[in-house]
Design a protein around this ligand. Sequence first.
Ligand SMILES: Nc1ncnc2c1ncn2[C@@H]1O[C@H](COP(=O)(O)OP(=O)(O)OP(=O)(O)O)[C@@H](O)[C@H]1O
Ligand SMILES: [Mg+2]
Length: 265
Amino acid sequence: MSLLLNVDSLRKVYGHAKHEETAILKDVSFSLQRGEIVGLIGASGAGKSTVGRILASLEQQNGGTIWFDGSDLTELTGKRRRAFAKDIQMIFQDPYDSLSGRMCIQDLVEEPLIIQKYEKDSAKRRQLVNEALSLVSLDPKKYGARFPHELSGGERQRVGVARALVCRPKLIICDEPTSMLDTSLRLELIGLLKKLNEQFGIAYLFITHDIALTKGFCHRLLVLYEGHIVDQGFTETVIEYPEHPFTIKLIEALRSLENTKGESQ
Ligand SMILES: Nc1ncnc2c1ncn2[C@@H]1O[C@H](COP(=O)(O)OP(=O)(O)OP(=O)(O)O)[C@@H](O)[C@H]1O
Ligand SMILES: [Mg+2]
């Protein structure tokens, strides 16, 4: 195993208030190995998406360092930052919201290649798009010219995966990508992510509320609470034998949420 990401004392404050007490992320530190799947759990509003957005360069941190694949991301600017940006991609919760309805599937998957200046030759770009679509089991001939509203929720989420995948990233931040899918589609997406992890060694930071889903998928879990990572360890150990009082509470809360969901289904 070798280190891919090391986040040290990450800090984020929204708005004008820069006081320590109002910081969403106070001192977030964790690391991730190449090809590792790490779950990030925490109560709603704990700052999980904020961590993800900062790592994906969609948001700026207020302090701390992010060491990624040999460089300090927080010190990179311009071309070098963009070059790293392609190695950390993101899959979003809402496949309806995250895809522009005005672009066809082929163009949506090609867009990251153009933005990242990954491939200049348009024929080669098309080939990469077709490969990415095939990897997520969407036949390019059948789906390429369609628009997002002509796809099912599960298919749309797979387009999101293809977009994240097309630049061959080293890390994908998955921000609750399964929460809007029903149980069978959830498992299908997890199966797809597992396959891509095994095939390409892509690491994931998998943000979720669904602890059942993390079992057998995430190698390790991180618990975010009040701006800190308060607990971490192998998934089964954290879930079955939570030690930290915050983890015990959180696991209980997530379990009761799951039970309520189960009863209402
Ligand atoms: N752009 C913003 N401006 C101000 N406050 C923000 C902004 N984005 C997020 N916040 C606040 O930061 C906190 C953390 O938000 P974040 O979205 O990271 O939480 P989360 O852990 O992902 O929650 P959830 O599980 O509900 O998705 C919340 O209190 C939120 O209201
Ligand atoms: Mg969130």
